[in-house]
Design a protein around this ligand. Structure first.
Ligand SMILES: C[S@@+](CC[C@H](N)C(=O)[O-])C[C@H]1O[C@@H](n2cnc3c(N)ncnc32)[C@H](O)[C@@H]1O
Length: 305
């Protein structure tokens, strides 16, 4: 671990204190931070990684942290650290259109993305429709409640073929055709609005179907693709990018993007996974895979923002 900054970061309180960040030291160590680094944490969540990064930065360091979920930003406002700038945005947009989100000419020495959903979002008490246990919740599942597409829209309006495809691809659900068929039949009687209504149509465990819907509602693979395409041009030479993926589709996309880019050197030949202690104390870490890449100097001129 590197030298800790002398600027104290307040200890997490309440909800943020309950969240356990995955692969915390592995991911932050992988960024190889210098005290004056300019860093981007694309997935603020409950700010576990954000706080650890702030603790390693000196007074000249800067950290930009984004989340699509307005609740994550509300929670993080208590940090009140002059080195931290919060952005309510999709990381794909931030990196593809930096001119709308970042000060002119911003380039990063390190970036971190801890993909997927936070413990707070999946909590059955969140009222957001992510959990199959919250039977009275509306089928919403939007990380960013400003977007119009919800799980209700998908379930009530998407064609049978599209439902089948998302359950197969994003949920790896082998009963995908059967489930899609039941949904189409049920919605002809009455619209599907609640978690309880959807669960009543599922014979197998609901987890895979909920995962698939969440990935589709938030176009998670689309955001990841835009991020993977644009991040190398936003990194300074020698700058690091660490990505934690929880889904095999995501991890495959990260692996190929790192390997195929002439602008990157791969630091982790194999993905880093949680050790036994972390697995025992945090079951959510079970499927986590961390990969790190470094921006190499190439002949092409860096594109100005
Ligand atoms: C696994 S949690 C991050 C947890 C965080 N690293 C911590 O230690 O507390 C993922 C977070 O990223 C956000 N998120 C997911 N996809 C996003 C995207 N494309 N752009 C911005 N935020 C995103 C989610 O809303 C969620 O809060």
């Amino acid at each position: 671990m590197q030298e800790l900054s002398r600027i104290p970061t307040p200890e997490p309180q309440g909800e943020a204190a309950a969240h356990v960040p995955v692969l915390l030291s592995e991911a932050v160590d992988g960024l190889s931070l210098s005290p004056d680094a300019c860093v981007y944490d694309g997935t603020l969540g409950a700010a576990g990684h954000t706080r650890a990064i702030l603790a390693l930065l000196g007074s000249a360091g800067r950290l930009f942290a984004s989340d699509r979920d307005g609740d994550a930003l509300k929670l993080a406002r208590t940090i009140a650290d002059p080195r931290l700038t919060l952005l309510h945005a999709d990381f794909g947009d931030v990196l593809e259109h930096p001119e709308t989100h970042l000060p002119h000419g911003t380039r990063f020495d390190a970036m971190l993305f801890d993909l997927g959903i936070s413990s707070r979002q999946i909590d059955p008490r969140s009222g957001r429709g992510f959990s199959f246990q919250a039977l009275n919740d509306l089928l919403d599942m939007r990380m960013d409640t400003r977007q119009p597409l919800t799980a209700q829209t998908i379930l009530n309006e998407w064609e049978y073929e599209d439902l089948k495809r998302i359950f197969y691809t994003y949920g790896e659900e082998r009963y995908a055709p059967h489930i899609a068929e039941r949904i189409v039949e049920a919605r002809a009687q009455e619209p599907l609005t609640t978690v309880g209504q959807l669960n009543a149509l599922l014979k197998s465990h609901p987890k895979r179907v909920y995962q698939a819907l969440r990935i589709a509602v938030n176009d998670e693979l689309g955001s990841l693709e835009r991020m993977l395409r644009s991040f190398p041009d936003r990194l300074n030479p020698g700058g690091r990018c660490a990505i934690i993926a929880f889904h095999s589709l995501e991890d495959r996309m990260v692996k190929h993007a790192f390997k195929d880019s002439p602008k990157l050197g791969v630091i982790t030949k194999r993905p880093i996974t949680p050790g036994e202690m972390e697995l025992a104390s945090n079951p959510r870490s079970r499927s986590a895979k961390l990969r790190v890449a470094e921006r190499i100097q190439t002949d092409d001129k860096a594109i100005d923002l």
